[in-house]
Each structure stands twice: as C-alpha cells, then as structure tokens.
Design a protein around this ligand. Structure first.
Ligand SMILES: *[C@@H]1O[C@H](CO)[C@@H](O)[C@H](O)[C@H]1NC(C)=O
Ligand SMILES: *[C@@H]1O[C@H](CO)[C@@H](O)[C@H](O)[C@H]1NC(C)=O
Ligand SMILES: *[C@@H]1O[C@H](CO)[C@@H](O)[C@H](O)[C@H]1NC(C)=O
Ligand SMILES: *[C@@H]1O[C@H](CO)[C@@H](O)[C@H](O)[C@H]1NC(C)=O
Length: 477
C-alpha cells in the first residue's frame, strides 16, 4: 500500500516536471505574435556510442548525484543489517547530445539506442534487491543529462549492542563508480532542498531516529587501499524531524500532499554543510584511467539513536514496579508467613516472566545494558525474598525458646508466646525472659526496619547509576 502511495507521489512529482516541459509532441503555438516550437522528445541517434563515457578520453567526467531515500529500515539487530530503498538522481554532461534545447526534454530510449550511463554498484557486501531506471533520462539545456535510478539494498551494519537499548549506531552504504568518473554529492534541481541526501521522513522506521547524515566522496583502489582519498565530505543535521514522524501516514493523503509541512517531510534534507576538501586528491584521480580497479565512491553514513519508548513501557516501568512491590513485604508482620512468602515468590516469578519478554541475543557473546537491568531487578526481588527467609528464621528462634519451656506443640500457644514477647518488648519484664529469644525477634524486626530503607535506597542508587552510565554517553560507537 505504502509502495503504491510512493509511486503516486512520484507520478505527482513527475507530472510537475513534465508540465514544465510541455506536451509530449511538437507543439507550435502563438504568443504575443511570436511563434515557438517545443520539441520534447529526443531520440538517441543510431551512431551514438553508449559504451564510451562522454567527454575527452583521459579527462575525468564530473557526475553529480543526489539520493532520495524513500525507505529506511527495518534495522535488524539479529542479522545486523538494514534495508534501504532510494532513488539516485545523477547528472552529467554529455556533449554528444544536443544542448540547444532551452528546456528539459525526454530522452526516448524505447526503440533505438540507449545513452551512456555510469556503472554503479554497492561496494560492501550489500544484497541488491532491486535496481531499475525509474524514468526516462531527461536532457537539460547545455547537454546535461539527469537519470533517476532506484536501488533497494539490504546492507550489513555491524551494530555494537553493549548499551542496548540506549545504543547509537552508525549504518552506511557505499556506491562504487568506475571508468574515469569523478562523482560527487550535490543538491539537484529536482528537489526543493539544497541537501544532496533527501529523506522521506514518514518512511523511516521509528525504532531509530536519525540524528545526522554524513556524506563523503572518495577514491578507492581495490588493489591498494593506500589510494583512498576523500575529496568531498559534508554532514547534514536531521535533529528537527520529530514532527514529521507524527505526521506519518497523513502525508500520504492526496489532500495533504501539497501542504508545506508534508512537502518538507516527504523531501527532508536536513541542515547540511560541506566541509572544505581536506585533501587534494588529484594525484589519485589521475590514475583513474590507468587502473581498472580504481573507483570513485559515494558514501552515506546514518548516525542513529534508538527510540526508547518501547523499552520504557515494556521493560523499565513494569520491572521497577515489581521490585517496588517486593518491598511491601518489609512492612508486613514477620509472622504472616503466607502473605510474605506469597508476595516474595510472586514478584520473583513476575520478574522471570518480564525478563523472557526482553529479546535475548544469543548470537552476541556479551552482556547488554538491558540484561544488566533485568538481572539486577531479579537480584533485588530474590534478595527481598531471602530477607524474609532470615526474618522468619529469626522469629522462629524466638518462638522455639518459649515452646520448649512450656513443652507445648500447639500453634495457639506459639501465637500467644509471640504476643507475649511482642508486648514485653518495651515492658520491664524484658530481663525475665532468656536473652536469646529477644535477640532473635528483635533482630527480625530490626532487619525488616533496616530493609525498608536500605532496599529502596540501594535500588534507586542502582537506577540512577544505570541511567547515568547508559544515557550520558553521547558518542557513537
Ligand atoms: C518536431 O520539430 C522538428 C523541427 O523543429 C522536426 O525535425 C521534427 O520532425 C518534429 N517532430 C514531430 C514528431 O513532428
Ligand atoms: C508577451 O506579452 C506580455 C504582456 O501581455 C509581456 O509582458 C511580455 O513581455 C510579452 N513577451 C514577449 C516575448 O513579447
Ligand atoms: C556539478 O556540481 C558542480 C558544483 O556545484 C557544478 O559546478 C557543476 O556544473 C555540476 N555539474 C553538473 C553536470 O551538473
Ligand atoms: C492544496 O490543494 C488544495 C486543492 O487541492 C487547495 O485548496 C489548497 O489551498 C492547497 N494548499 C496549498 C498549501 O497549496
């Protein structure tokens, strides 16, 4: 469905382009008495050689490209890869094509020859799911050709999940070009934005948010990595896009398409700035025609930070409350065995259930932040249960002593001895009973009393440390 909508948006967009170009035939009209002719289709001549690159041999051909990212995600933690669908719009000058038109014309490749186009493929081991020319090439005044190609890739992205779900990831894709081409990221006349990387924000999977997009153009020699040289780089800031996520599907409705908010979200370019070229790559670029393994490459790097709402709702808040509920036990009478064991065991079991909902990552051989959280919460509820084991043991020390004195097995008697002991706690009769009984029961009460403060304090200290450590680190891995 979303796919169809994207197509419609493209049609919508293209219709604007072709409206500029006039109708698709020779139209003769009159305007202010002057006659004009519009020719809107250029058919590639038979003698056109589509195997050699335009321009003089030995001279690099400048190719300017813009990426329109129409879909980003899903990102898979398990397979360590992400899905990306984008339109690459590249423009170059081909002087073999006429430059006399004063407006854009369509290049008709359907019947006869095709025009030359750069050979592009993903560097890294991306899986190409789809690759197609999106539309006919368009010839602009001055023999500049623009071609839109759509690529669907599955690109590996080795994620470091130590701080999951507070992690930030860098995922990138690299495109390679061969054969004497100097390719650069440049904004294109086809988009309103002056950014070379345009993202359709409602189509970005919300599991991550895009903080920043870095782009680079560099030389790469597959035979010798020493020939790598960055000749263009820049960075786009995408921090102000939260509103677009909220717009979501609204922007795929025909009546909202022309609103400024939706146009900005569907073609979001971020705030980009080019960095001044740090290196002069001309010695490397001159090798282009000499070595077949020499490529110029375009790289896009997404700096992503994970959205926390899911984990907060489904892990942090529930487990926090389960641990807090386990402290209720310290306020209950040490003698109410069913209440306190029931509470203790229930909180432990609830924690176990909650922990199974946190997706395990057996393929990682390290502990993630979320695992630390879950294990710590389990330890806290287990300690609360163990605390009662001690308390109960201590109280039984109390009740045994009077029992043996009175030589009775009756529960009622035990109960009475409890009451007696409790009453006598602040009474003067303290000295009359054996010291051991009071020490045990007092210890139990004291342990409960101390636990009421120690457990919450320790847990809050843990929570503060946990969030302090994992949310403060701003750096990307
Ligand atoms: C369009 O006009 C050009 C001359 O301006 C002519 O050569 C060409 O044959 C015309 N094409 C059509 C389809 O009429
Ligand atoms: C056509 O007419 C309009 C006003 O009707 C005028 O502004 C414009 O300059 C004219 N164009 C030419 C090419 O004469
Ligand atoms: C490519 O971009 C550069 C820098 O903006 C510009 O000078 C050049 O004319 C562009 N080339 C094409 C073919 O659009
Ligand atoms: C969008 O188009 C509708 C008609 O389809 C029109 O009423 C509205 O004013 C347009 N909005 C903008 C911002 O252009």
């Amino acid at each position: 469905m979303a796919c169809q909508w994207r197509f419609i948006i493209w049609l919508f967009y293209i219709s604007q382009v072709s409206a500029d170009s006039g109708s698709i035939s020779n139209v003769t009209g009159e305007s202010n008495g002057t006659t004009f002719v519009e020719e809107t289709i250029f058919t590639v001549p038979d003698d056109y050689d589509d195997t050699t690159k335009p321009g003089s041999p030995g001279v690099l051909l400048d190719v300017n490209c813009t990426a329109y990212i129409s879909k980003l995600g899903p990102f898979s933690d398990k397979d360590m890869e992400f899905y990306i669908s984008f339109v690459l719009l590249c423009g170059w000058k081909d002087e073999r094509l006429p430059g006399s038109y004063n407006q854009r014309v369509m290049v008709d490749e359907s019947k006869k020859k095709k025009i030359w186009r750069p050979n592009i493929w993903p560097m890294v081991h991306a899986k190409i799911l789809k690759r197609e020319d999106l539309l006919y090439p368009v010839l602009h005044p001055g023999s500049v050709v623009y071609l839109m190609q759509r690529f669907d890739f599955e690109v590996p992205c080795l994620m470091q999940l130590y701080t999951y779900p507070h992690d930030r990831q860098i995922c990138s894709f690299i495109l390679g070009f061969v054969g004497g081409i100097k390719v650069r990221w440049e904004p294109s006349p086809y988009f309103q934005s002056d950014s070379p990387i345009i993202i359709s924000m409602p189509n970005v999977r919300p599991v991550f948010q895009i903080d920043k997009v870095d782009f680079n153009s560099f030389t790469l020699n597959v035979q010798s990595y020493g020939d790598t040289c960055i000749y263009q780089s820049g960075s786009c800031d995408y921090s102000g896009y939260a509103d677009c996520i909220k717009m979501g599907i609204k922007c795929f409705k025909a009546e909202n398409l022309n609103t400024t908010a939706c146009l900005n979200c569907l073609q979001m370019g971020g705030k980009c700035k080019q960095q001044n070229p740090s290196q002069d790559c001309s010695p490397y670029l001159n090798k282009v025609n000499l070595v077949g393994d020499f490529h110029t490459t375009l790289e896009v790097r997404f700096a992503l930070s994970r959205s926390l709402s899911y984990q907060i709702l489904h892990t942090y808040v529930p487990s926090f409350f389960v641990v807090a509920i386990s402290w209720v036990s310290f306020w209950l009478d040490p003698a109410s065995v069913p209440a306190r064991t029931g509470l203790g065991v229930t909180t432990v079991l609830t924690m176990v259930t909650l922990s199974t909902k946190v997706r395990p990552a057996p393929e990682l051989n390290y502990i993630r932040a979320i695992d630390v959280w879950v294990i710590s919460c389990k330890i806290f509820v287990v300690l609360a249960l163990l605390e009662y084991a001690f308390v109960n043991y201590a109280t039984r020390q109390t009740s045994k002593a009077p029992k043996s004195q009175q030589r009775t097995e009756d529960d009622g008697e035990v109960e009475k001895s409890f009451v007696a002991n409790e009453d006598s706690l602040d009474g003067t009769s303290l000295q009359q009973l054996p010291g051991i009984t009071f020490t045990g029961y007092q210890m139990a009460k004291k342990l409960d009393y101390v636990s009421r403060f120690v457990f919450p304090a320790a847990y809050i200290a843990f929570v503060a440390t946990y969030f302090g450590v994992f949310t403060s680190s701003d750096r990307y891995q």
